[in-house]
Design a protein around this ligand. Structure first.
Ligand code: IDP
Ligand code: MG
Length: 141
C-alpha cells in the first residue's frame, strides 16, 4: 500500500536569507520532487519563535537561537510529498554543519561560525506531529 502524502514546514533561517540562498533551498526541494504549496517571507517575533522552538526551552542555546531567528527575515514554506519530513531532513543534513554530509544543504553551504547558536541555513520539521504544529504556527490551520 502506498505511504500517504505528508507535509513539512521548512524555514530558510536569517543566515540563509542574508546569503541569498532562498532560491538554492527551494531549488533543491523542487529538484528532489517535492512540491512547495505555500511560501511567505516574514520577520518572526519572539512569541512565534518561542512557540516554534518550545522543545528547546531551558537549553543553553535557546535564547541565542531566538535572537538569531529574529536577526533578519526568514522564509517559511510548506513542502508536500510522500515521506517529505524524512526526505527534507536528509536534504538538510545533520544539525552541525561542520560534519553534515557534503551534498546536503548544511554540508555544502554552512560551517561553524564560532557563534553561541549553530547557524545552519534551514529548519525542517522532525515528525508528523511537529510538522502539523509548526505549519499552524506559520500558516494557521
Ligand atoms: P535541527 O534543526 O537539526 O532539528 P534541533 O536540535 O531541533 O536541530 O535544534 C534547533 C536549532 O538550534 C538547530 O538547527 C541549531 O540552529 C540550534 N542548535 C541545536 N543544538 C545546538 C547546540 O548544541 N549548540 C548551538 N546551537 C544548537
Ligand atoms: Mg529540530
Amino acid at each position: 500500500m502506498p505511504v500517504s502524502k505528508e507535509r513539512t514546514l521548512i524555514l530558510v533561517k536569517p543566515d540563509g536569507v542574508r546569503r541569498g540562498l532562498v532560491g538554492e533551498v527551494i531549488s533543491r526541494v523542487e529538484r528532489k520532487g517535492y512540491v512547495v504549496t505555500a511560501l511567505r517571507m516574514l520577520n518572526a517575533d519572539r512569541a512565534t519563535l518561542e512557540k516554534h522552538y518550545e522543545e528547546h526551552q531551558g537549553k543553553p542555546f535557546f535564547e541565542p537561537l531566538v535572537e538569531f531567528m529574529m536577526s533578519g527575515p526568514i522564509v517559511a514554506m510548506i513542502a508536500e510529498g510522500e515521506r517529505v519530513i524524512e526526505g527534507f531532513r536528509s536534504l538538510a543534513g545533520v544539525t552541525d554543519p561542520t560534519v553534515a554530509a557534503p551534498g546536503s544543504i548544511r554540508g555544502d553551504l554552512a560551517r561553524d561560525q564560532g557563534t553561541k547558536v549553530v547557524q545552519n541555513i534551514v529548519h525542517g520539521s522532525d515528525s508528523v506531529a511537529s510538522a502539523e504544529r509548526e505549519i499552524a504556527i506559520f500558516f494557521g490551520k
